[in-house]
Write a protein that binds this ligand. Structure first.
Ligand code: TYD
Ligand code: MG
Length: 453
Protein backbone atom coordinates (compact mmCIF):
# COMPACT_ATOMS: atom_id res chain seq x y z
CA UNK A 1 0.00 0.00 0.00
CA UNK A 2 1.43 3.36 -0.99
CA UNK A 3 2.02 5.66 1.93
CA UNK A 4 -0.06 8.79 2.13
CA UNK A 5 1.77 12.09 1.90
CA UNK A 6 0.55 14.92 4.03
CA UNK A 7 1.54 18.48 4.40
CA UNK A 8 0.48 21.41 6.58
CA UNK A 9 -1.52 24.28 5.17
CA UNK A 10 -2.31 27.60 6.75
CA UNK A 11 -6.12 27.78 6.83
CA UNK A 12 -5.91 31.54 6.56
CA UNK A 13 -3.67 32.20 3.57
CA UNK A 14 -2.92 28.76 2.17
CA UNK A 15 0.81 28.84 2.92
CA UNK A 16 2.37 25.39 2.89
CA UNK A 17 4.85 23.84 5.28
CA UNK A 18 6.20 20.35 5.84
CA UNK A 19 6.08 20.82 9.62
CA UNK A 20 3.40 22.18 11.89
CA UNK A 21 4.00 25.81 12.77
CA UNK A 22 2.41 27.87 15.51
CA UNK A 23 2.46 31.06 13.53
CA UNK A 24 2.20 31.39 9.79
CA UNK A 25 5.35 33.14 8.46
CA UNK A 26 3.40 34.44 5.46
CA UNK A 27 0.32 36.02 6.97
CA UNK A 28 1.24 36.13 10.66
CA UNK A 29 -1.90 34.34 11.88
CA UNK A 30 -1.55 32.10 14.89
CA UNK A 31 -2.56 28.45 15.12
CA UNK A 32 -3.88 28.14 11.59
CA UNK A 33 -1.80 25.19 10.34
CA UNK A 34 -3.76 22.02 9.64
CA UNK A 35 -2.45 18.77 8.26
CA UNK A 36 -3.91 17.80 4.91
CA UNK A 37 -3.49 14.81 2.66
CA UNK A 38 -1.85 15.62 -0.63
CA UNK A 39 -1.27 12.13 -1.96
CA UNK A 40 -3.68 9.40 -1.08
CA UNK A 41 -2.73 5.86 -0.24
CA UNK A 42 -5.17 3.13 -1.30
CA UNK A 43 -8.04 4.01 0.96
CA UNK A 44 -9.58 1.10 2.82
CA UNK A 45 -13.06 1.64 1.48
CA UNK A 46 -11.82 1.67 -2.14
CA UNK A 47 -11.75 -2.13 -1.97
CA UNK A 48 -15.51 -2.19 -1.63
CA UNK A 49 -16.22 -0.22 -4.72
CA UNK A 50 -17.86 -2.95 -6.70
CA UNK A 51 -17.66 -1.36 -10.11
CA UNK A 52 -15.79 1.88 -10.43
CA UNK A 53 -17.62 3.72 -13.17
CA UNK A 54 -15.88 6.21 -15.41
CA UNK A 55 -17.65 9.53 -15.28
CA UNK A 56 -19.41 10.75 -18.39
CA UNK A 57 -21.56 13.83 -19.07
CA UNK A 58 -25.23 13.00 -19.56
CA UNK A 59 -28.05 15.02 -21.05
CA UNK A 60 -30.32 16.10 -18.21
CA UNK A 61 -33.46 15.15 -20.12
CA UNK A 62 -32.15 11.65 -20.59
CA UNK A 63 -31.35 11.02 -16.95
CA UNK A 64 -33.73 8.56 -15.39
CA UNK A 65 -34.08 7.78 -11.74
CA UNK A 66 -36.12 5.50 -9.60
CA UNK A 67 -38.22 6.95 -6.86
CA UNK A 68 -36.08 6.83 -3.75
CA UNK A 69 -37.08 3.84 -1.76
CA UNK A 70 -36.78 5.16 1.73
CA UNK A 71 -36.13 2.85 4.62
CA UNK A 72 -38.63 2.99 7.44
CA UNK A 73 -36.89 3.67 10.76
CA UNK A 74 -39.99 2.46 12.66
CA UNK A 75 -40.20 5.80 14.37
CA UNK A 76 -42.82 8.26 13.15
CA UNK A 77 -40.89 11.19 14.59
CA UNK A 78 -37.52 10.17 13.18
CA UNK A 79 -39.04 9.44 9.77
CA UNK A 80 -40.68 12.82 9.74
CA UNK A 81 -37.47 14.68 10.52
CA UNK A 82 -35.60 12.69 7.89
CA UNK A 83 -38.24 13.66 5.35
CA UNK A 84 -39.95 10.27 5.17
CA UNK A 85 -37.31 7.72 6.15
CA UNK A 86 -33.67 6.89 5.52
CA UNK A 87 -32.52 7.46 1.96
CA UNK A 88 -30.18 4.70 0.70
CA UNK A 89 -26.66 5.98 0.16
CA UNK A 90 -27.17 9.01 2.34
CA UNK A 91 -24.93 10.13 5.15
CA UNK A 92 -26.54 11.67 8.21
CA UNK A 93 -24.96 13.56 11.04
CA UNK A 94 -26.72 13.59 14.41
CA UNK A 95 -25.39 16.27 16.75
CA UNK A 96 -26.20 17.15 20.30
CA UNK A 97 -24.81 17.87 23.73
CA UNK A 98 -23.34 15.05 25.79
CA UNK A 99 -26.00 13.08 27.63
CA UNK A 100 -28.89 14.36 25.57
CA UNK A 101 -29.63 10.87 24.22
CA UNK A 102 -27.96 10.58 20.81
CA UNK A 103 -26.65 7.08 21.46
CA UNK A 104 -30.00 6.04 22.91
CA UNK A 105 -31.89 7.36 19.89
CA UNK A 106 -29.62 5.58 17.44
CA UNK A 107 -29.44 2.29 19.33
CA UNK A 108 -33.20 2.34 19.64
CA UNK A 109 -33.47 2.86 15.89
CA UNK A 110 -30.96 0.07 15.24
CA UNK A 111 -32.94 -2.32 17.43
CA UNK A 112 -36.29 -1.29 16.02
CA UNK A 113 -35.33 -1.83 12.38
CA UNK A 114 -35.80 -5.53 12.71
CA UNK A 115 -35.83 -6.50 9.05
CA UNK A 116 -32.39 -4.94 8.54
CA UNK A 117 -28.90 -5.92 9.46
CA UNK A 118 -27.49 -2.99 11.39
CA UNK A 119 -23.88 -2.45 12.38
CA UNK A 120 -23.52 -0.13 15.37
CA UNK A 121 -19.89 0.95 15.68
CA UNK A 122 -19.03 2.48 19.01
CA UNK A 123 -15.77 4.08 19.96
CA UNK A 124 -17.24 5.45 23.14
CA UNK A 125 -18.85 2.58 24.98
CA UNK A 126 -17.95 -1.06 25.47
CA UNK A 127 -20.06 -3.87 24.08
CA UNK A 128 -21.28 -4.71 27.59
CA UNK A 129 -22.42 -1.14 28.16
CA UNK A 130 -24.32 -1.18 24.89
CA UNK A 131 -25.89 -4.52 25.76
CA UNK A 132 -26.98 -3.09 29.11
CA UNK A 133 -28.57 -0.18 27.31
CA UNK A 134 -30.31 -2.49 24.85
CA UNK A 135 -31.72 -4.49 27.78
CA UNK A 136 -32.93 -1.29 29.33
CA UNK A 137 -34.67 -0.35 26.10
CA UNK A 138 -36.26 -3.79 26.04
CA UNK A 139 -36.13 -4.21 22.27
CA UNK A 140 -34.31 -6.91 20.41
CA UNK A 141 -33.15 -7.07 16.83
CA UNK A 142 -31.62 -10.49 16.16
CA UNK A 143 -29.59 -8.99 13.30
CA UNK A 144 -28.01 -6.04 15.10
CA UNK A 145 -24.22 -6.15 15.45
CA UNK A 146 -22.11 -4.11 17.84
CA UNK A 147 -18.51 -3.29 16.99
CA UNK A 148 -16.07 -1.65 19.32
CA UNK A 149 -13.58 -0.10 16.93
CA UNK A 150 -12.22 3.32 16.05
CA UNK A 151 -9.86 2.55 13.17
CA UNK A 152 -11.61 3.08 9.83
CA UNK A 153 -9.57 0.40 8.04
CA UNK A 154 -10.89 -2.26 10.43
CA UNK A 155 -14.41 -0.86 10.30
CA UNK A 156 -14.49 -1.15 6.52
CA UNK A 157 -13.10 -4.68 6.74
CA UNK A 158 -15.94 -5.70 9.08
CA UNK A 159 -18.49 -3.97 6.91
CA UNK A 160 -17.19 -5.97 3.96
CA UNK A 161 -17.68 -9.22 5.87
CA UNK A 162 -21.01 -8.44 7.53
CA UNK A 163 -22.65 -6.56 4.67
CA UNK A 164 -24.99 -4.58 6.89
CA UNK A 165 -27.78 -2.49 5.40
CA UNK A 166 -27.24 0.40 7.84
CA UNK A 167 -24.11 1.60 9.63
CA UNK A 168 -24.17 3.77 12.75
CA UNK A 169 -20.93 5.42 13.91
CA UNK A 170 -20.80 6.58 17.54
CA UNK A 171 -19.03 9.00 17.27
CA UNK A 172 -17.17 10.57 14.37
CA UNK A 173 -14.81 12.25 16.86
CA UNK A 174 -13.45 8.88 18.02
CA UNK A 175 -12.53 7.60 14.55
CA UNK A 176 -9.08 7.70 13.09
CA UNK A 177 -7.70 6.89 9.71
CA UNK A 178 -4.24 5.51 9.05
CA UNK A 179 -3.89 8.05 6.26
CA UNK A 180 -3.14 10.73 8.81
CA UNK A 181 -0.86 10.90 11.82
CA UNK A 182 -2.92 13.35 13.82
CA UNK A 183 -4.91 12.08 16.75
CA UNK A 184 -8.57 11.07 16.72
CA UNK A 185 -10.89 14.04 17.09
CA UNK A 186 -8.54 16.48 15.37
CA UNK A 187 -9.97 18.50 12.54
CA UNK A 188 -8.02 16.69 9.87
CA UNK A 189 -9.00 13.24 11.21
CA UNK A 190 -12.66 14.18 11.36
CA UNK A 191 -12.52 15.43 7.83
CA UNK A 192 -10.61 12.45 6.51
CA UNK A 193 -12.71 9.76 8.24
CA UNK A 194 -15.95 11.50 7.27
CA UNK A 195 -14.75 11.67 3.67
CA UNK A 196 -13.97 7.94 3.69
CA UNK A 197 -17.42 7.16 5.07
CA UNK A 198 -19.06 9.48 2.60
CA UNK A 199 -17.37 7.78 -0.35
CA UNK A 200 -18.33 4.44 1.15
CA UNK A 201 -22.02 5.30 1.47
CA UNK A 202 -22.20 6.90 -1.97
CA UNK A 203 -20.60 3.92 -3.71
CA UNK A 204 -22.43 1.15 -1.85
CA UNK A 205 -25.80 2.79 -1.23
CA UNK A 206 -25.62 1.88 2.45
CA UNK A 207 -26.83 4.72 4.66
CA UNK A 208 -24.35 5.83 7.31
CA UNK A 209 -25.36 7.69 10.44
CA UNK A 210 -22.65 9.63 12.23
CA UNK A 211 -23.07 10.81 15.78
CA UNK A 212 -21.24 14.07 16.43
CA UNK A 213 -20.37 16.00 19.54
CA UNK A 214 -21.27 19.59 20.11
CA UNK A 215 -18.87 22.25 21.29
CA UNK A 216 -19.43 24.65 24.18
CA UNK A 217 -20.89 27.33 21.94
CA UNK A 218 -23.40 24.92 20.44
CA UNK A 219 -21.75 24.26 17.08
CA UNK A 220 -20.90 20.79 15.88
CA UNK A 221 -17.36 19.93 16.90
CA UNK A 222 -15.13 19.67 13.88
CA UNK A 223 -14.87 21.71 10.77
CA UNK A 224 -17.92 23.33 9.22
CA UNK A 225 -16.87 21.24 6.28
CA UNK A 226 -18.31 18.19 8.02
CA UNK A 227 -21.75 19.72 7.73
CA UNK A 228 -21.17 20.34 4.03
CA UNK A 229 -20.05 16.77 3.44
CA UNK A 230 -23.11 15.05 4.83
CA UNK A 231 -26.58 14.97 3.28
CA UNK A 232 -28.53 15.60 6.43
CA UNK A 233 -27.69 17.27 9.73
CA UNK A 234 -29.98 16.53 12.64
CA UNK A 235 -29.72 18.33 15.94
CA UNK A 236 -30.91 16.63 19.09
CA UNK A 237 -31.66 19.13 21.77
CA UNK A 238 -33.66 19.73 24.87
CA UNK A 239 -33.58 21.00 28.36
CA UNK A 240 -31.98 18.64 30.84
CA UNK A 241 -34.60 19.48 33.42
CA UNK A 242 -37.43 18.40 31.21
CA UNK A 243 -37.82 14.97 29.76
CA UNK A 244 -38.54 16.40 26.33
CA UNK A 245 -36.07 16.07 23.52
CA UNK A 246 -36.42 17.75 20.19
CA UNK A 247 -34.92 16.47 17.00
CA UNK A 248 -34.58 19.14 14.33
CA UNK A 249 -33.21 18.92 10.88
CA UNK A 250 -30.72 21.69 10.25
CA UNK A 251 -29.86 20.58 6.75
CA UNK A 252 -31.60 18.00 4.61
CA UNK A 253 -30.90 17.24 0.97
CA UNK A 254 -33.92 14.93 0.90
CA UNK A 255 -36.57 16.82 2.81
CA UNK A 256 -37.69 19.95 4.53
CA UNK A 257 -35.57 21.52 7.25
CA UNK A 258 -38.46 22.87 9.20
CA UNK A 259 -39.55 19.51 10.53
CA UNK A 260 -39.43 18.66 14.17
CA UNK A 261 -39.59 15.41 16.09
CA UNK A 262 -40.49 15.35 19.76
CA UNK A 263 -39.45 12.61 22.16
CA UNK A 264 -39.63 12.12 25.86
CA UNK A 265 -36.74 10.47 27.72
CA UNK A 266 -38.10 7.84 30.04
CA UNK A 267 -36.50 5.09 32.09
CA UNK A 268 -37.01 2.66 29.22
CA UNK A 269 -35.70 4.87 26.43
CA UNK A 270 -37.13 7.56 24.21
CA UNK A 271 -40.87 7.65 23.79
CA UNK A 272 -42.33 9.36 20.76
CA UNK A 273 -44.58 12.29 21.47
CA UNK A 274 -47.16 12.13 18.71
CA UNK A 275 -49.47 14.79 20.05
CA UNK A 276 -47.18 17.61 21.21
CA UNK A 277 -49.89 20.04 22.28
CA UNK A 278 -51.04 17.72 25.03
CA UNK A 279 -47.64 17.70 26.67
CA UNK A 280 -46.73 21.31 25.96
CA UNK A 281 -49.84 22.70 27.61
CA UNK A 282 -49.85 22.55 31.37
CA UNK A 283 -53.02 21.13 32.77
CA UNK A 284 -54.22 23.53 35.40
CA UNK A 285 -57.55 24.44 36.91
CA UNK A 286 -56.81 27.74 38.57
CA UNK A 287 -56.19 30.82 36.49
CA UNK A 288 -52.85 32.60 36.79
CA UNK A 289 -51.77 35.82 35.19
CA UNK A 290 -48.95 35.92 32.68
CA UNK A 291 -49.92 32.81 30.73
CA UNK A 292 -51.08 32.81 27.11
CA UNK A 293 -51.40 29.95 24.64
CA UNK A 294 -49.99 30.29 21.14
CA UNK A 295 -51.16 28.28 18.14
CA UNK A 296 -47.89 27.76 16.32
CA UNK A 297 -46.64 25.64 13.47
CA UNK A 298 -43.31 23.86 13.33
CA UNK A 299 -42.64 22.39 9.92
CA UNK A 300 -45.94 20.96 8.84
CA UNK A 301 -47.22 20.37 12.31
CA UNK A 302 -49.49 22.67 14.29
CA UNK A 303 -49.06 22.66 18.04
CA UNK A 304 -50.21 24.74 20.95
CA UNK A 305 -47.61 25.98 23.37
CA UNK A 306 -47.78 27.95 26.53
CA UNK A 307 -45.95 31.28 26.79
CA UNK A 308 -45.34 32.43 30.33
CA UNK A 309 -44.32 35.93 31.29
CA UNK A 310 -43.38 37.51 34.55
CA UNK A 311 -43.27 41.28 34.77
CA UNK A 312 -42.07 42.92 37.97
CA UNK A 313 -40.67 46.20 39.23
CA UNK A 314 -36.95 46.30 38.52
CA UNK A 315 -34.94 46.07 41.72
CA UNK A 316 -31.89 47.73 40.22
CA UNK A 317 -31.49 50.63 37.87
CA UNK A 318 -31.31 48.59 34.70
CA UNK A 319 -34.28 46.27 34.27
CA UNK A 320 -33.57 42.66 33.45
CA UNK A 321 -34.87 40.95 30.35
CA UNK A 322 -34.53 37.28 29.98
CA UNK A 323 -36.15 34.76 27.70
CA UNK A 324 -36.03 31.00 27.40
CA UNK A 325 -37.09 29.40 24.13
CA UNK A 326 -37.70 32.74 22.42
CA UNK A 327 -35.32 35.20 20.78
CA UNK A 328 -34.34 37.83 23.33
CA UNK A 329 -33.94 40.56 20.71
CA UNK A 330 -37.44 39.88 19.46
CA UNK A 331 -38.73 40.09 23.03
CA UNK A 332 -37.03 43.47 23.45
CA UNK A 333 -38.57 44.64 20.21
CA UNK A 334 -42.05 43.53 21.27
CA UNK A 335 -41.63 45.31 24.61
CA UNK A 336 -40.59 48.49 22.81
CA UNK A 337 -43.64 48.24 20.55
CA UNK A 338 -45.90 47.70 23.57
CA UNK A 339 -44.46 50.71 25.34
CA UNK A 340 -44.69 52.99 22.33
CA UNK A 341 -48.07 51.86 20.98
CA UNK A 342 -50.05 51.09 24.08
CA UNK A 343 -48.50 53.32 26.69
CA UNK A 344 -47.47 50.57 29.10
CA UNK A 345 -44.43 51.66 31.07
CA UNK A 346 -42.32 48.58 30.69
CA UNK A 347 -38.91 50.23 30.59
CA UNK A 348 -38.67 50.22 34.39
CA UNK A 349 -39.84 46.62 34.70
CA UNK A 350 -38.06 43.29 34.73
CA UNK A 351 -39.50 40.99 32.10
CA UNK A 352 -38.95 37.23 32.05
CA UNK A 353 -40.37 35.07 29.32
CA UNK A 354 -40.47 31.32 29.10
CA UNK A 355 -41.84 28.89 26.55
CA UNK A 356 -43.10 25.90 28.49
CA UNK A 357 -41.77 22.43 27.81
CA UNK A 358 -38.21 23.56 27.08
CA UNK A 359 -38.79 24.01 23.36
CA UNK A 360 -37.47 26.83 21.18
CA UNK A 361 -39.88 28.68 18.94
CA UNK A 362 -39.05 30.61 15.78
CA UNK A 363 -42.55 30.93 14.38
CA UNK A 364 -43.46 34.67 14.34
CA UNK A 365 -47.10 33.77 15.03
CA UNK A 366 -46.17 33.44 18.69
CA UNK A 367 -45.75 37.25 19.01
CA UNK A 368 -49.38 37.87 19.85
CA UNK A 369 -49.29 35.34 22.63
CA UNK A 370 -46.02 36.78 23.97
CA UNK A 371 -47.39 40.31 24.26
CA UNK A 372 -50.64 39.00 25.74
CA UNK A 373 -48.71 37.08 28.39
CA UNK A 374 -46.62 40.18 29.17
CA UNK A 375 -49.72 42.39 29.42
CA UNK A 376 -51.51 39.83 31.53
CA UNK A 377 -48.62 39.67 33.98
CA UNK A 378 -48.11 43.45 34.03
CA UNK A 379 -51.78 44.02 34.85
CA UNK A 380 -52.05 40.89 36.96
CA UNK A 381 -55.18 39.84 35.13
CA UNK A 382 -55.41 36.22 34.05
CA UNK A 383 -56.35 35.38 30.48
CA UNK A 384 -59.29 33.05 30.04
CA UNK A 385 -57.83 29.57 29.60
CA UNK A 386 -60.07 28.85 26.62
CA UNK A 387 -58.44 31.53 24.49
CA UNK A 388 -55.44 31.06 22.26
CA UNK A 389 -53.52 33.35 19.94
CA UNK A 390 -51.89 33.38 16.52
CA UNK A 391 -50.50 36.57 15.04
CA UNK A 392 -47.33 38.45 14.29
CA UNK A 393 -46.75 41.92 15.76
CA UNK A 394 -45.25 44.61 13.55
CA UNK A 395 -43.22 47.63 14.59
CA UNK A 396 -46.12 50.02 14.33
CA UNK A 397 -48.22 47.87 16.63
CA UNK A 398 -50.23 46.25 13.87
CA UNK A 399 -51.20 42.60 14.14
CA UNK A 400 -50.05 40.91 10.98
CA UNK A 401 -51.39 37.82 9.32
CA UNK A 402 -49.57 34.49 9.64
CA UNK A 403 -49.22 31.48 7.38
CA UNK A 404 -51.52 28.46 7.40
CA UNK A 405 -54.08 29.97 9.72
CA UNK A 406 -56.69 27.23 9.09
CA UNK A 407 -54.33 24.59 10.41
CA UNK A 408 -53.78 26.58 13.58
CA UNK A 409 -57.48 27.19 14.05
CA UNK A 410 -58.44 23.57 13.56
CA UNK A 411 -55.74 22.39 15.98
CA UNK A 412 -57.03 24.85 18.60
CA UNK A 413 -60.56 23.67 17.99
CA UNK A 414 -59.51 20.04 18.25
CA UNK A 415 -57.95 20.72 21.64
CA UNK A 416 -61.13 22.29 22.94
CA UNK A 417 -60.31 26.00 22.83
CA UNK A 418 -63.36 28.22 22.54
CA UNK A 419 -61.79 31.39 21.14
CA UNK A 420 -58.79 32.23 19.02
CA UNK A 421 -57.47 35.75 18.52
CA UNK A 422 -55.95 36.25 15.09
CA UNK A 423 -55.06 39.11 12.78
CA UNK A 424 -57.92 40.80 10.97
CA UNK A 425 -55.92 40.38 7.78
CA UNK A 426 -56.06 36.61 8.18
CA UNK A 427 -59.85 36.55 8.08
CA UNK A 428 -60.30 36.30 4.38
CA UNK A 429 -59.68 32.80 3.24
CA UNK A 430 -60.95 31.35 6.49
CA UNK A 431 -64.27 29.62 6.26
CA UNK A 432 -65.75 30.46 9.64
CA UNK A 433 -69.15 28.89 9.06
CA UNK A 434 -68.41 25.32 10.09
CA UNK A 435 -66.21 26.26 13.00
CA UNK A 436 -67.29 25.81 16.57
CA UNK A 437 -64.40 27.95 17.81
CA UNK A 438 -65.05 31.68 17.90
CA UNK A 439 -62.61 33.76 15.87
CA UNK A 440 -61.75 37.18 17.24
CA UNK A 441 -59.98 39.37 14.68
CA UNK A 442 -57.75 42.22 15.84
CA UNK A 443 -55.74 44.66 13.79
CA UNK A 444 -53.89 46.71 16.40
CA UNK A 445 -52.45 46.24 19.88
CA UNK A 446 -55.00 48.68 21.29
CA UNK A 447 -57.82 46.45 20.08
CA UNK A 448 -56.16 43.45 21.70
CA UNK A 449 -56.09 45.34 24.99
CA UNK A 450 -59.79 46.10 24.78
CA UNK A 451 -60.60 42.47 24.07
CA UNK A 452 -58.33 41.05 26.76
CA UNK A 453 -58.40 43.24 29.82
P1 TYD B 1 -27.03 8.95 25.85
O1 TYD B 1 -27.79 8.32 24.75
O2 TYD B 1 -25.90 8.19 26.43
O3 TYD B 1 -26.54 10.39 25.45
P2 TYD B 1 -25.44 10.86 24.38
O4 TYD B 1 -25.10 9.70 23.54
O5 TYD B 1 -26.14 11.98 23.64
O6 TYD B 1 -24.30 11.38 25.17
O7 TYD B 1 -28.13 9.31 26.95
C1 TYD B 1 -27.77 9.39 28.24
C2 TYD B 1 -28.85 9.86 29.14
O8 TYD B 1 -30.13 9.33 28.92
C3 TYD B 1 -28.43 9.42 30.49
O9 TYD B 1 -28.34 10.54 31.32
C4 TYD B 1 -29.45 8.45 30.95
C5 TYD B 1 -30.65 8.75 30.11
N1 TYD B 1 -31.43 7.56 29.77
C6 TYD B 1 -32.71 7.44 30.27
O10 TYD B 1 -33.21 8.31 30.99
N2 TYD B 1 -33.46 6.33 29.92
C7 TYD B 1 -32.96 5.36 29.12
O11 TYD B 1 -33.66 4.38 28.82
C8 TYD B 1 -31.63 5.49 28.63
C9 TYD B 1 -31.03 4.44 27.75
C10 TYD B 1 -30.91 6.60 28.98
MG1 MG C 1 -23.25 8.70 23.41
Amino acid sequence: MAKTKTTFFCQHCGNQSSKWLGRCPACGEWNTFVEEVIQKADTPESKYRKDVKKSKPELIQEITYEKQNRMDTRSVELNRVLGGGLVPGSIILVGGEPGIGKSTLMLQMALNMKANRVLYVSGEESNQQLKMRADRLGINNPDCFILNETFTGEIFRHIGELEPSIVVIDSIQTLYSENLDSSAGSISQIRETAAELQRFSKTTGIPVILIGHITKDGGLAGPKLLEHMVDTVLQFEGDRHYGFRILRSVKNRFGSTSELGIFEMQTGGLREVLNPSEVLLTQRDDLVSGVAIAAMIEGQRPMLVETQALVGQAAYGTPQRSSTGFDLRRLNMLLAVLEKRSGFKLSTKDVFLNIAGGIRVDDPAIDLSVISAVLSSAEDVAIDKNICFAGEVGLSGEIRSVSRIEKRISEAEKLGFEKIIISKYNLKGVNTKQLKIEIIPVSRIQELLDKLL
